[in-house]
Design a protein around this ligand. Structure first.
Ligand SMILES: C[S@@+](CC[C@H](N)C(=O)[O-])C[C@H]1O[C@@H](n2cnc3c(N)ncnc32)[C@H](O)[C@@H]1O
Length: 552
């Protein structure tokens, strides 16, 4: 019987363990049940929870069975009604007895819910739930947003969109709208060619292309749409000169930059443009090398297993660098499926339903937003989801998330201001896969207000100056940064746009080399002083990335 308690325990995640549901199950060593069984039950019950919540509530068993918590009732009902082997416990076990005696009632409620949702039999409902993970409400009103599309970037160093459409995706029907892809099941052969990022294709959620030769040979790369924005925004082909990818592993954006540099990058001429890819972590630098070689970008990219902050902007090694792509470590709060595990909808007792409404209403009235929990805490994990309010900028760090965000943003600002020091650089993109303003607009604002930006002529790249696809992108920055909000590009996770949560902004400068040289001379004596001004203390930050590459 420990199976149900253990599955409940892992879904509640009371200790706020980090990572996906799967990693949390397999990390835990003290299960009595088989970890695979716990994982299967927890993830299946979570998927079915929008339906089972209604079934359990309507049956009224929570009012009658004092032994059953909402989560145990959900898990047991799942196995009683939907598992081939039924409830995994001896027939006289009190929990099994407590659920089994309501089987007829629960079954009747499941039939009613299924019919109401418009499914002919339980297999049709199962197929829908397996395919899309939609909520009952979405199913009811037909507004299911579906899942997260599988984004595939054609690697134009090796292939072309037309070639891939004619070969790898020859049997796929082309759809005009992304929503048709998001709501398709993984077995449907349909695709959508993206409207904002060139050479990008959306496939139905869960589509596996890792067995195709195009994927194995690096002709196509798995990369979320949002993660393609920084290289597009940097627009390296319009600038000339060399490019730095300051925080490069695993290499999605490095290989994208190489693809955008196109023919130039293919040239064997010694004077050709290069990408200097920095990665401070040794193991990740190896992954980066592998990705670059599979994508056939080695002719353009040189990998440096080095801390970007230790690169002297004036050294010969980086002479002629015109653009810097900066995608540093961040909280990773925008990543889909990384650690926002399954959302469980729990049944409520009739009486509790009323009181919980009161609670929610009163919390909305509170003037100051409740502390947003750390990324790893139960609220952002697999437990019952607490209503979230956007984190407000606050100078007094009082929760682990706030202090973590402050450490991250200090590090991120340090990276941006270092990139601003490269004398020949004209454009920088700064991106994160975080949803928090502290790591996004706030860093951009602080960087723009820094002494180095002002002295060396850096300003924001306005929306009007952005490449066509990104200029047309509607979701812009948060208004805490009102005068630059339009210039900041945001992607929200879980919307019809089918992206992860992401942020990117560009910096440019238009001044001449001589003016920059003079400004650099003037500030030689003040640099050390400024470094301490912005509290650029080294911070240990957890690494996060948007790796979706070859071993996806
Ligand atoms: C968000 S990931 C980059 C993802 C990558 N741009 C991509 O699209 O595949 C951040 C990477 O930066 C590396 N990193 C963090 N600080 C660094 C530094 N100071 N110098 C070089 N690399 C750094 C981390 O090890 C991590 O691999």
């Amino acid at each position: 019987m420990s199976l149900y308690y253990e599955a409940a325990d892992i879904l509640t995640n009371a200790k706020g363990a980090g990572g996906s549901l799967k990693s949390r199950v397999y990390r835990k060593s003290d299960f009595k049940s088989k970890p695979a069984q716990v994982y299967a039950l927890a993830s299946e019950a979570a998927k079915w929870s929008p339906v089972l919540k209604e079934v359990v509530e309507k049956s009224g068993i929570l009012e009658e069975e004092k032994k059953l918590t909402a989560l145990l009732a959900l898990l047991l009902t799942h196995d009683l009604l939907l598992s081939k082997n039924g409830v995994a416990a001896p027939s006289n076990h009190p929990l099994k007895v407590a659920i089994t005696r309501h089987k007829t009632r629960l079954n009747a409620e499941l039939i009613k819910t299924r019919v109401k949702l418009g499914f002919g039999d339980v297999n049709a409902l199962r197929a829908h739930i397996e395919g899309k993970g939609s909520s009952v409400d979405n199913m009811k009103n037909g507004t299911s947003r579906g899942g997260h599309p599988r984004w595939v970037r054609v690697n134009t160093l090796q292939s072309s969109l037309d070639e891939q459409l004619a070969n790898t995706f020859a049997k796929y029907g082309r759809k005009e709208s992304l929503s048709e892809i998001a709501s398709a099941s993984s077995s449907e052969k349909v695709l959508h060619v993206d409207d904002h990022v060139p050479d990008l294709i959306a496939l139905p959620p869960g589509t596996d292309i890792t067995t195709t030769s195009a994927y194995k040979n690096g002709h196509v790369i798995l990369q979320d749409k949002a993660s393609c924005f920084p290289a597009c925004l940097l627009d390296p082909q319009s600038l000339g000169g060399h490019v730095i990818d300051a925080t490069a592993a695993p290499g999605n954006k490095t290989t994208h930059l190489a693809a955008l540099m196109g023919d130039d990058a293919k040239s064997t001429d010694d004077s050709k443009r290069r990408i200097y890819a920095y990665e401070r972590d040794k193991d990740r630098a190896q992954i980066l090398n592998k990705m670059i070689s599979t994508a056939k970008a080695s002719r353009t990219v040189t990998v440096h297993n080095q801390d970007f902050l230790s690169v002297d902007p004036k050294s010969d090694a980086v002479h002629g660098v015109k653009a810097v792509l900066l995608d540093p470590s961040c909280s990773g709060s925008g990543i889909v499926g990384r650690d926002d595990g399954p959302k469980v909808q729990l049944p409520e007792k009739a009486k509790e339903k009323d009181s919980s409404k009161t609670l929610r209403r009163s919390s909305r009235k509170r003037k100051r937003a409740p502390q947003s929990p750390p990324r790893d805490s139960p609220a952002e994990q697999d437990g019952p989801q607490i209503e979230q309010t956007p984190l407000e900028l606050d100078n007094e760090p009082s929760s682990p998330l706030e202090s973590r965000l402050q450490a991250l943003s200090t590090f991120q600002l340090k990276m941006v201001t270092h990139a601003m020091r490269f004398p020949s650089a004209r454009r920088i993109t700064y991106s994160t896969c975080s949803v928090h303003s502290e790591e996004n607009e706030a860093v951009v604002l602080k960087a723009l207000n820094s002494k180095i930006a002002r002295e060396l002529g850096w300003r924001i790249l306005t929306r009007h100056e952005q490449v066509d696809g990104l200029r047309r992108w509607k979701t812009r920055g948060h208004h805490i940064a009102c005068h630059i909000a339009e210039a900041c590009i945001r992607c929200e996770k879980g919307t019809a746009d089918g992206t992860m949560g992401f942020f990117v902004a560009g910096f440019v400068r238009d001044i001449h080399d001589e003016e920059i040289e003079a400004a650099l001379q003037r500030r030689v004596s003040s640099v050390t002083h400024e470094m301490s001004d912005v509290a650029l203390a080294d911070q240990d930050v957890e690494e996060e990335d948007s790796w979706e590459g070859f071993s996806d």
